[in-house]
Design a binder for this molecule. Structure first.
Ligand SMILES: C[S@@+](CC[C@H](N)C(=O)[O-])C[C@H]1O[C@@H](n2cnc3c(N)ncnc32)[C@H](O)[C@@H]1O
Length: 286
């Protein structure tokens, strides 16, 4: 892999913290969960994690309206499996993936090479808040479970608008606040989930504020669909399976695996307490 493409972040940069979170043991990942990290969309009798993950990716491709003329920018593609899936199922002209975790870029490039589509499905190391492409380069922008991390989501929305053609479409799978914590326990759960998961405080808001931020970044026809019940419990029970815990411990090591478990519990409890929601968001560039 070409190390020259690798970016370096300042000692206190948020990007460095996120890369440390996702980069731990990433070289051992190979085919666990087919390289998907998303929560999955557990509907229509789906009981298998990879099918749930693909179902979510398929829904995002459908919401975007990808077709043979699409030039897609996928921000935070993780290990790239979702882009191989989108390429094979929606046949866009090209996909460029941009992720902050170098280990993820390496996996994505390997997968694209193995599928012999590396000319049309490309992976770049960088950050969502400084997208390394000229204005109006893309017809579509996607981000699955990346925006909560970006420093900030609002900055990313402005960048996404800049690189989209007029009329271009953005779709995101993301998290919003449902209500403020009311007592000490709820405050601890909410703050634990935010901190463990490297979510900047500036990204913590509800659907109304989310919609306002999209509108002021230059998007219209905004839709925000709440889907937590079909997403969060399915993922939580998958992550709590002893075989998943064993696999993650082998990949990430004991300490990081326990941290991930704690995070899964915090997100699940945050959802069941009614503090947070999982949303699919769509908008069109003005
Ligand atoms: C929960 S994972 C989702 C990955 C992938 N979409 C999937 O579902 O498998 C979050 C991803 O966001 C990426 N990420 C976080 N902050 C980022 C940033 N500022 N710019 C680009 N990618 C970022 C992480 O490296 C990680 O790959």
């Amino acid at each position: 892999m070409n190390e020259a493409d690798r970016k370096t972040w300042g000692a206190s940069a948020h990007e460095r913290k996120v890369e440390n979170l996702y980069g731990g043991g990433v070289e051992n990942y190979v085919d666990h969960h087919d390289g998907y990290l998303n929560f999955g969309l557990w509907e229509e009798g789906i009981a298998d994690y990879v099918r749930a993950a693909e179902n979510l990716v398929h829904r995002m491709g459908t919401i975007l309206g990808l077709n043979g003329t699409s030039k897609l920018l996928d921000v935070a593609p993780g290990m790239g499996t979702q882009d191989i899936y989108l390429f094979e199922n929606f046949a866009p002209l090209s996909i460029d993936g941009l992720d902050v975790t170098w280990g993820h870029i390496q996996h994505g490039r390997r997968r694209a090479q193995e599928a012999h589509i590396e000319e049309r499905v490309r992976f770049h190391h960088g950050t969502a808040t400084e997208i390394p492409f000229p204005d109006e380069s893309f017809t579509h922008v996607l981000s699955i479970e990346g925006p909560e991390h970006f420093d900030t989501r609002e900055k990313f929305l402005h960048e996404a608008r800049r690189v989209l053609e007029p009329g271009g479409v953005i779709a995101m799978a993301d998290f919003i606040v449902k209500r403020q914590p009311r007592n000490v326990i709820e405050k601890i759960v909410a703050e634990a989930a935010r901190k463990l998961w490297q979510v900047p405080r500036a990204n913590v808001y509800d659907a109304k504020v989310y919609e306002e931020k999209m509108r002021s970044a230059g998007f219209e026809n905004i839709q925000i669909q709440e889907l937590g019940a079909a997403v969060i419990p399915g993922y939580y029970f998958e992550q709590m399976k002893p075989e998943t815990i064993r696999a993650i411990s082998k990949i990430r090591g004991f300490a990081l695996a326990r941290l991930s478990l704690l995070l899964d519990v915090a997100v699940y409890r945050g959802f069941t307490m009614g503090l947070l929601e999982y949303v699919l968001v769509r908008g069109e560039r003005r």
